[in-house]
Design a protein around this ligand. Structure first.
Ligand code: ZN
Length: 263
């Protein structure tokens, strides 16, 4: 057999041998199985940079933008600017979104949702309420809610509150961090005391129970969903800070909330 094979090759010209060799080589490449990712390589594929999507629309048809990072089971939801005149939180949560795009390792096993501008009409007008004069943080269907002009005539009457409510029901976050101003403390509702304490230690603001506000997101989380809702109240003087300065002061507290594993 070997002899026969060699005799065939001795009968070929150099050119024919070259073509045959390339054909065999090409054939070998075609039969190679596709590369298989090792578990280490697969983990590097991991979470991709965040994606923006429209979670809802304001009364004046401004989009409520939500950036979704990662695809893990532990879900953390950050929102800011539900009161349109509390701008420091908006800048801080913008910085969080930028930080997460550069630190995808934080997203292993997690999903992080970021909504920096929960009241875009109020932000445009620099008002606490939305454009219809409703305080969105009194418009959630908590048991302690009362109807009225500033709380809305019915629960979730406002499209912005409705959009936030939908995010919570769609993703079922295991904790929600809502950034406000100007009380300078860390408040919590539901089973959020330990997270609030850890965030307090990371940023220096004291833990302070402000009381369940009627129809607030915190009241809703506590009474209806049992979700820990932490309210990070930045102090008034933070209005003079830019995003990087706010991040330097409070970024660690937000990261503590992301990596929280219970205590
Ligand atoms: Zn507020």
């Amino acid at each position: 057999m070997f002899w026969e094979t060699r005799s065939i090759f001795t009968q070929l010209t150099v050119w024919q041998t070259l073509v045959l060799g390339l054909a065999l080589l090409g054939g070998c490449q075609e039969t190679l199985p596709p590369p298989r990712l090792t578990s280490q390589a697969a983990s590097r594929v991991g979470p991709l940079p965040g994606q923006w999507r429209i979670a809802g629309w304001s009364v004046e048809q401004r989009p409520l933008m939500l950036k979704e990072f990662g695809n893990g089971r532990d879900v953390v939801f950050f929102l800011a600017g539900i009161h349109g005149d509390e701008t420091a939180g908006i800048l801080l949560v913008d910085e969080l979104a930028r930080y997460l795009d550069r630190h995808l390792e934080l997203l292993e096993g997690r999903k992080v949702l970021v909504m920096p501008r929960a009241n875009p009409d109020g932000l445009a007008e620099r008002t606490r309420q939305n454009i219809r004069g409703v305080d969105l943080n009194r418009n959630f269907p908590a048991n302690n809610r009362t109807n009225g002009p500033e709380a809305g005539e019915i629960p979730l009457s406002e499209p912005e509150a409705w959009a936030i409510w939908q995010v919570i029901h769609q993703y079922r976050p295991s904790r929600v961090i809502s950034v406000h101003q100007p009380l300078g403390c860390v408040d919590y509702d539901g089973p959020g005391e330990a997270i609030a304490q850890a965030m307090s230690e990371a940023c220096g603001l004291p833990v302070r129970k402000l009381g369940a506000r009627p129809g607030s997101l915190g009241s809703y989380g506590q009474q209806i969903q049992g979700i820990p809702i932490v309210t990070l109240e930045l102090p008034e003087e933070d209005s003079g800070l830019d995003g990087p300065q706010l991040w330097a002061r409070y970024g660690k507290a937000l990261l503590v909330a992301i990596t929280w594993q219970g205590r």
